[in-house]
Design a protein around this ligand. Structure first.
Ligand code: NAD
Length: 428
């Protein structure tokens, strides 16, 4: 969202680099460099004080060669059309690498959701759908929550769509609340997906998960379940978690001599991912500076908070013991960090593979909605594990075969799949 870096130019550059590696037909590349469709619209909302406020809304549909468009809706004050274009493009690659039959899209509204009331939020959500309903749908484009939007908002949006089309259509939005068409396992999905990838990578690298120690950045949705999974699924130890404290406006790293107990931390973290300092310290946790996590003597780093955290400066602090980096967040490692990883033989699981468990379970949600039959949490997580195993090994095989780094290999797998679908459909 930074004003300086144009995210869409970055997305196009990444694409151009891989198109060259793949020797992609220039005509195919020309289609994939740009979104297929873009919607930009104004949403009038009656505010609680009786005034009328106009909000700017977007939906960018990048590519639907492999299936209906899929991607979140963000409510953010500095949303721009280019950010939405970039995120929509990345969704195409994420769905393709996870091998779910969906394309990529993204949407947004320029608004700070914390500054409007619940009623105003509901009217804004319904207004977005009133603008877009003819161009979304379970077979057209399936939005989901993202930054600033919640399962409740997806419930309102799904309701508005169902009213407009005249029939209950839960599969038009995913990320809905449980009991309102949502899927079991969605809360755990992204974090556990990270861990399924870590397990496969450890097997490839000959690491023993039970003897492995991880340092985690973040303690929000992704980091919580990545930490729990590291301990409960892999039998490893989590040395620390690092999180932002919204009261102090600073970040801190919490560690424990016996390894952190993520289930305990879950009981003392608020909905914004801030850990209660007093309760943590009372339970024997040591509090250090926010960036201390990156220098811990561990085998695995899991950056699962923000973008750009492992960068030219911070990467130099990494312990010599680190063998594996699992990108839980979107874009946590900069190109300089990539160079360091390559030079030091550190294996990296790139973000759009590593955190694709979330969108995969969103896909499972719409499948369950279509069937009007719902799976248990175990069934969802088992299916998720199967998809993650396939996705990880498709990328690893590409990396080994083409002798490229995992990030390039993930892009190559994804772009190749989308290009093939376009060719099979006779588009190019
Ligand atoms: P979240 O808001 O639930 O949690 C974010 C966490 O990061 C919080 O614990 C916060 O305290 C911490 N944090 C913020 N600034 C920090 C700092 N400077 N230092 C240390 N910690 C800091 O978000 P989330 O849903 O867990 O998402 C995390 C990342 O994963 C984001 O990049 C998001 O785009 C990505 N992601 C999330 C999902 C999902 O399903 N939730 C799916 C794919 C990708």
């Amino acid at each position: 969202m930074s004003g300086q870096i144009n995210a869409f130019e970055m997305a196009q550059k990444q694409f151009d680099h891989v198109a060259e590696l793949l020797n992609l037909d220039p005509q195919v590349a020309n289609v994939l460099r740009w979104p297929m469709r873009e919607y930009s619209f104004r949403i009038p909302v009656r505010m609680d004080d009786g005034s009328l406020r106009i909000f700017q809304g977007y939906r960018v549909q990048h590519n639907d060669a492999r299936g209906p468009y899929k991607g979140g809706i963000r409510f953010h004050p500095s949303e721009t059309l280019d950010t939405v274009r970039a995120l929509g493009t990345w969704m195409t690659w994420k769905c393709a690498v996870a091998d779910i039959p969906l394309g990529g899209s993204k949407g947004g509204i320029i608004v700070d959701p914390s500054t409007i009331s619940t009623g105003e939020k509901e009217r804004l959500c319904r207004g977005w759908v009133q603008n877009m309903w003819k161009n979304i749908g379970p077979r057209i484009d399936v939005p989901a929550p993202d930054i600033g939007t919640t399962p409740q908002m997806m419930g309102w949006m799904m309701d508005e769509y169902s009213k407009l089309v005249g029939q209950y259509t839960p599969g038009v939005f995913t990320g809905k609340p449980l009991g309102g068409g949502g899927s079991e396992g969605r809360t755990e999905a992204t974090g556990y997906g990270v861990i399924y990838n870590v397990r496969e990578a450890m097997q490839h690298l000959g690491m023993d998960p039970k003897k492995s120690v991880a340092a985690v950045q973040g303690f929000g949705n992704v980091a919580q379940y990545a930490s729990i999974g590291f301990v409960e699924i892999l039998g490893g130890k989590v040395a620390c978690v690092s999180c932002w404290d919204r009261n102090d406006k600073k970040s801190y790293t919490y560690s424990h001599k016996d390894g952190v107990d993520p289930r305990f931390l879950l009981t003392i973290v608020d909905q914004y991912g801030t850990v209660d300092q007093k309760k943590a310290q009372a339970a024997g946790y040591v509090r250090e500076e926010g960036d201390a996590w990156i220098a811990k003597d561990v085998d695995v780093l899991i950056p699962a908070a923000l973008e750009g955290q492992v960068n030219a400066d911070s990467v130099k602090k990494i312990s010599k013991r680190v063998k594996l980096v699992a990108e839980g967040a979107n874009g946590p490692c900069t190109p300089e960090a990539d160079e360091y990883f390559k030079a030091h033989g550190i294996f990296d699981i790139p973000d759009f593979l590593c955190n694709s468990g979330g969108v995969t379970t969103s896909y499972f949600e719409s499948v369950q909605n279509d069937m009007n039959f719902y799976w248990t949490k175990d069934e969802v997580l088992q299916k998720l594990d199967g998809k993650m195993i396939q996705a990880f090994h498709a990328v690893l095989d590409m990396a080994l075969k083409q002798k490229v780094y995992m990030r390039d290999a993930a892009y190559m797998v994804a772009i190749d799949r989308v290009a093939r679908a376009m060719q099979l459909r006779g588009w190019v």
